[in-house]
Design a protein. Structure first.
Length: 248
């Protein structure tokens, strides 16, 4: 990711609707699928540290990122247990974590199949992976270029990669469902703009930001009961299930 995008993330991640909605949904799914009282959780691609900080309220978290700048921002938030590492070659021994949360990280990794396999390797039996990735190749544009993405996914592609790595997929759905038409229109507009590629984090007034967070919270309630047919992101929950346990 371009260095300037980390700075922007650090400034916005606490309160901007997209970051807030994404992490609330992911943390809700993680807690509902994790039975360990205080799980050891790896925040894979921890960025500037807000998810890591919130995990600390109920779990024993560790943050991993390949960017010194991102880890520096985590330290500014007084966060510890940080690891510098590549998501496709994790510097972590086998079966070390009860859960992994990876929010918009796998699209940044060129060999994403190796990353899914390594995530499986470091989970303990029964361990949970919660991930989000950007959806639909048709939405590819300056936003993806600025963030140094390699790809966007369909939900079926995420499922296939997870199953190939050995996971049992517990949930796979789209998110940012209600706002998807606006996202499509905005991305089409972005493709026509000239100049350097920039991430599309549009400034909104406080009242609108609050409203958009409410929409995302409503969507999280729906996702707890059903899968959604479209959205600008894919979110999935997968579990490491040992072969002897598959029939239980």
């Amino acid at each position: 990711m371009n260095p300037g995008e980390y700075t922007k993330m650090f400034e916005l991640e606490d309160h901007y609707w997209w970051f807030v909605g994404r992490r609330r949904l992911a943390l809700k799914l993680l807690r509902s699928h994790t039975s360990v009282a205080k799980p050891d959780v790896l925040d894979l691609g921890c960025g500037t540290g807000v998810v890591l900080r919130e995990l600390g309220e109920w779990a024993s978290p560790t943050g991993l990122d390949m960017s010194d700048l991102a880890l520096g921002f985590c330290r500014q938030r007084s966060l510890g247990r940080l690891i510098k590492g590549d998501g496709s070659k994790l510097p972590i021994q086998d079966k070390q974590f009860d859960a992994i949360i990876g929010l918009d990280i796998f699209e940044h990794i060129e060999d994403d199949e190796a990353a899914f396999a390594d995530a499986y390797r470091i989970l303990r039996p029964g361990g949970i992976l919660v991930l989000s990735v950007p959806a639909f190749r048709a939405l590819w544009g300056p936003h993806d270029i600025a963030l140094m993405h390699f790809r966007r996914y369909r939900a079926s592609e995420v499922r296939q990669r997870l199953e190939k790595a050995g996971f049992v997929v517990r949930r796979s759905t789209y998110s940012v469902f209600f706002l998807f038409p606006i996202v499509v229109i905005w991305r089409l507009f972005e493709k026509r703009k000239k100049g350097p590629a920039k991430a599309s984090l549009v400034s909104v007034p406080k009242w609108m930001n609050t409203t958009l967070i409410a929409f995302q919270d409503l969507e999280a309630m729906l996702i707890s009961a059903m899968n959604l047919p479209w959205g600008s992101s894919v979110i999935a929950v997968a579990q490491r299930v040992e072969p002897k346990d598959e029939t239980k």
